[in-house]
Design a protein around this ligand. Structure first.
Ligand code: DGP
Length: 113
């Protein structure tokens, strides 16, 4: 089932897009939890990490490489940042289209809530 992120991919609703290529899209979170809060999503509709398959190996790697590049572009690579993939209910996932949260620009705490 498609989510709001599919509409962002299809440019049916606006988003503050910071990166796009054939495989993925990255845009600023609508409700930022840090000065830098960007979502990196595959264009392929994968609901969550619980649904990834062997076929998605390169795609998942690509998403993380893009996240690393965006962190540099956003100026948080040296200071540090967090990549998080909330998965299913107890993981705190709300939108069931796989996404990596890139959070930076402030001190992160551990453990996360
Ligand atoms: P998660 O809980 O991991 O599923 O996070 C979903 C994130 O998506 C949440 O931080 C808010 C963000 N979000 C939800 N709807 C929209 C939207 O329409 N636009 C943007 N830019 N972000 C959204």
């Amino acid at each position: 089932m498609s989510t709001i992120f599919k509409k962002i991919i299809d440019k049916e609703i606006p988003a503050d897009i910071v990166y796009e290529d054939d495989l993925c899209l990255a845009f600023r979170d609508i409700d930022p939890k840090a000065p830098v809060h960007i979502l990196i999503i595959p264009k392929k509709e994968i609901p969550s990490m619980a649904e990834v398959s062997e076929n998605d190996k390169e795609l998942i790697g690509h998403l993380y490489l893009v996240a690393s590049k965006i962190a540099k572009d956003e100026g948080v690579s040296d200071s540090g940042y967090r990549l998080a993939v909330n998965t299913n209910n107890e993981g705190g996932q709300e939108v069931y289209h796989l996404h990596i949260h890139l959070l930076g620009g402030r001190q992160m705490t551990w453990p996360p809530g």
